[in-house]
Design a protein around this ligand. Structure first.
Ligand code: ATP
Ligand code: MG
Ligand code: FE
Length: 350
């Protein structure tokens, strides 16, 4: 099926067009720059930016794929989770398109979309089930067990406070580095010693692992970095930014990889899929691949343009739903900022 996907859950206006499992176009407009001076995504600003970017993005995606709206078999949209106001812009646009074109509409889950991105990777062999998936971005840190992309995705654990990307952004800020913090910390860490400072690994003590084996916490780490930096400054010493950045990054990477591999081991699943914008972190990819190999686990990482938020992954998930015979959604759905990952499609018609 030929599907156009609309993604507006955060700061990317993503329009993607796929035919079956083939990517035809993936247009991404980001309002990131407009959020820079606030140090994080401002929901109202993101929603307005989506409103402005949607129409030109749809036109660009159609032009790039060489298809017309009339050619489409379905329209797909992210219903949640994400920023409510931002989601509403995409949902409204998708409903309008679906009704005016008389094309079926599929309302789907953003997190499951991140997993579906893998399907569009033409260079990779088909995704095997079950697989453990680690999704890390500015808004999410989730560990999932995927038994089937279209019917069975289980949440194993998630962050109890800040998302991993958010932690990078906050720590960058307190080190005086600009937003978004991930790439900046990466750059600063390159010349630093990851073992210089022993920052805490959240929810990793034996007592925590009993109750929160697959959950994450990064706010304690952020506070630990802040304390450490404050103490140095109070003593009139210069802050070794490279060492702090490298040690902080190592703490985040260590916890993410340790818990993802624990999930693989516990469930007897030798496959780990990585997704989300934080996958841009080279250290995270390297440590994951190295430690997974030592445990006989294969790591899959879609191309980065499909890891950050995009519409192609939403179209890809919908294409899979259609190929597995699922009915379209009714118009009885809205924006659900806390949509659980188990709800792969919402408002499926009877
Ligand atoms: P969502 O949470 O809905 O997926 P988002 O827009 O917050 O959306 P992405 O756009 O996927 O997330 O990713 C952005 C986040 O990734 C930011 O927090 C950014 O700091 C982080 N990031 C980007 N590059 C790197 C990197 N090299 N290392 C660590 N973090 C990074
Ligand atoms: Mg983003
Ligand atoms: Fe996302």
């Amino acid at each position: 099926p030929l599907v156009l996907g609309i993604e507006t859950s955060c700061d990317e206006t993503g329009i993607g067009i796929v035919r079956g499992r083939t990517l035809l176009s993936n247009t991404i407009a980001s309002s990131m720059d407009e959020h820079a001076r606030y140090g994080g995504v401002v929901p109202e600003v993101a929603a307005r930016a989506h409103l402005e970017a949607l129409q030109p993005s749809i036109e660009a995606a159609l032009a790039e794929s060489g298809v017309t709206l009339a050619d489409l078999d379905a329209v797909a949209v992210t219903s949640g989770p994400g920023l409510a106001g931002a989601l509403m812009v995409g949902v409204g646009a998708a409903k309008a398109l679906s009704v005016s074109l008389e094309k079926p509409l599929y309302a789907v889950n953003h997190l499951v979309g991140h997993i579906a991105a893998d399907i569009l990777d033409a260079d990779a062999p088909p995704l095997e089930y079950p697989t453990v998936a680690l999704l890390v971005s500015g808004g999410h840190t989730s560990l999932l067990l995927v038994r089937d992309l279209t019917t069975d995705v289980e949440l194993l654990g998630e962050t109890m406070d800040d998302a991993a990307g958010e932690a990078f952004d906050k720590v960058a800020r307190l080190l005086g580095l600009p937003y978004p913090g991930g790439p900046e910390i990466d750059r600063a860490a390159a010349s630093g010693d990851p073992k210089a400072i022993a920052f805490p690994r959240g929810l990793s003590r034996a007592s925590d692992m009993a109750k929160h084996r697959y959950d994450f916490s990064f706010s304690g780490l952020k506070t630990a970095v802040a304390r450490w930096v404050e103490q140095r400054e109070a003593q009139g010493e210069t802050v070794p930014v490279a060492d702090v950045a490298a040690s902080f990054r190592e703490a985040v990477v260590d916890v993410l990889v340790t818990k993802a591999l624990a999930a693989c081991r516990d469930h007897g699943v030798p496959r780990l899929l990585l997704g989300g914008g934080v996958i841009a972190n080279r250290r995270l990819r390297d440590v994951a691949i190295e430690r997974a190999a030592a445990e006989g686990v294969t790591v899959r990482i879609p191309p980065l343009s499909l890891c950050t938020d995009n519409g192609a992954m939403i179209a890809a998930l919908t294409s899979e739903l259609i190929m597995s015979g699922r009915a379209p959604s009714t118009l009885e759905f809205g924006a659900d900022s806390t949509l659980p990952v188990t709800e792969i499609q919402v408002a499926e018609s009877a």
